[in-house]
Structures are given as C-alpha cells and as structure tokens.
Design a protein around this ligand. Sequence first.
Ligand code: ZN
Ligand code: ZN
Length: 169
Amino acid sequence: MAEERGANTYCAEHTETPTNVRCSRCDKPVCPACMVQAPVGIRCREHGQAKKLPTYEVPPSVLARAIAAGIGIGIAGGVILGFALPYLWSIPYASLAAIAGLGYLVGEGVSRATNKKRGQSLMILAGACVLAAFAIGSAVAAARTGIQPGLFDLLALGLAVFLAVTRVR
Ligand SMILES: [Zn+2]
Ligand SMILES: [Zn+2]
C-alpha cells in the first residue's frame, strides 16, 4: 500500500484536514478533532471506544436508542414502583431497595442500548429517567393511597440516580 506522508495525508472523516497521525489499530488517518487517546496510543473514534472517555460524543442514533430505553424502563418501572410502594413501605428498607434497584435497571438499560457507551449526555439521560420514574411512581402511589414519599424515599432516589449515572460514566 502506498504510504502518503505529511501534508499529503488527510483525515479520513475530515477530508480537508491534513494530518500525519494514524489510528494504531486500523491505520486510518485521524485529525486532532477525531483522535482518541487510548492506552495503546492514538486511535480513531471507532477503535478508541474501549477506553472510558467522559467527553466521548454519543452519535444521535445511539442517543435515540438510549432515550428509548431510558424512557421505556423509566415509565414501566415507575408504574410498577407506584403499585408496589404502598406495600414496600411497610417492610423495612424494601422501598429503598426497590427505588435503588430501579435506578440500577435504568442505568443498565441505557448502557446496554448503547452497547456500553459512556458519556455526559448518557449520564444526564440516565439521571433524568430515574427522576421521571420516581415521579411517576410517587404519583401512582399517592393516587392510590394518598401517601407522599418520605425523606427516606428521597434518600433512596439519590442512591438510584447515583447508580444509574455511574453505569454510563
Ligand atoms: Zn481505527
Ligand atoms: Zn477528523
């Protein structure tokens, strides 16, 4: 294969941007905007994903899957939580476990829907879906029993958000 060097080589994605850096796995030329610093050297976006990058940009199609998963689990989980909460409140720590577990499920769902991608947008999404799920659960529980969630449930919510966000951080 003929090797082009220096200013004659252009980024594979930004064909106007000259670069002499290549992905250490596929040898694709990458410019500073697309290069990913991996433990094994410079990588293209596609091959640099193994490393956790908080600023990694999630493509819109992947984000759409994540939103669908987060909202789906959030709504379903929230409704189930709402019906379960009145019973769980009578068992010590049961509501804590249920709310925290729901947070973990939302985070896991978002993570799996995106093929274990990570990033700030996914963290915000996961956190927001947990808050929405809790709001739905509280509303359903309050509608059925007239009881609003207590301080203990809010602490559980904090734990749930933490668990969801750390799944995609
Ligand atoms: Zn590559
Ligand atoms: Zn580029």
